[in-house]
Design a protein around this ligand. Structure first.
Ligand code: PGA
Length: 252
């Protein structure tokens, strides 16, 4: 597949059997399946070609371990076959009060230890209501804070994917369920790519997230600048996600 599809299961599904069933339905090259921690091993065993991602990781990575109650380290994730990690999702920023500084520490440690990072950035509805220039200004500042110091990680930058995920476009929770218009999303994505290209690396990978479904994915991927999608709700329905994979794999 030319495009990257990241399946963010969030705090789902409710059983191991369902996790395994979903994993098998999502098992395509170019897909990264991100279950909750409790199903990582079972999903790993079910996957033959898709990659395995975690939804978060801690910023300290002492080996063999450390006094960090409730946290999971990069080494622990890698040991069970995790290759990717989502960092800075808006739900964590909001509900867990995850700051840009925390996001930055996680991102730098994950990259330094060779995990592939899917960083999420995006503005709230109130910012977007002020218009695209306000959204650009918000994302520019957020990215600058999240990426402090990454110029020192040059060789690992190929492992960083930035997801433009406007918070309001998410299908549940903090979102409205309305996807961004592809023409607006692509404008933001081009802007993000420009911001990253000069100071950081030549070919930054930038994808879109927010209410991606089988009905809109073809339209979104008409833009070659949108190099993939982070899919939440629609990745929890096996048939729907298979459709998304099928449509995506036809993109030239
Ligand atoms: P959604 O979620 O596809 O359900 O909008 C995307 C996400 O929040 O990762």
């Amino acid at each position: 597949m030319k495009k990257l599809l990241v399946a963010n299961w969030k705090m789902n599904p409710s059983s191991e059997a369902e996790a395994v069933r979903l994993a098998k339905a999502s098992d395509e090259r170019g897909v990264v399946v991100c279950p909750p921690f409790t199903f990582l091993s079972q999903v790993k065993n079910a996957l033959k070609t898709a990659d395995l991602g975690a939804q978060d990781v801690f910023w300290e990575n002492p080996i063999p371990g450390g006094a960090f109650t409730g946290e999971v380290s990069i080494s622990m994730l890698k040991k069970i076959g995790v290759s990717h990690v989502i960092i800075g999702h808006s739900e964590r920023r909001k509900h867990l009060i995850e700051s840009d500084e925390m996001v930055n520490k996680k991102l730098r440690t994950a990259l330094a230890f060779d995990l592939k990072v899917i960083l999420c950035v995006g503005e709230s509805l109130s910012v977007r209501k002020e218009g695209i220039p306000a959204a650009k200004s918000f994302v520019k500042k957020q990215l600058a804070r999240d990426l402090v110091g990454i110029e020192n990680l040059k060789t690992q930058l190929k492992n960083l994917v930035v997801t433009y995920e406007p918070i309001w476009a998410i299908s549940a929770g903090l979102g409205t369920g309305h996807p961004d218009k592809p023409e607006d999303a692509v404008e933001m994505i081009k802007f993000i790519r420009e911001l990253l290209t000069k100071p950081y690396w030549p070919n930054p990978k930038v994808i879109y997230g927010g209410s991606v479904t089988s009905s809109n994915v073809a339209r979104i991927f008409e833009y070659h600048e949108i190099e993939g999608a982070l899919v939440g709700g629609a990745s929890l329905k096996a048939e729907e996600f298979k459709k998304i994979i099928r449509i995506t794999s036809q993109v030239k």
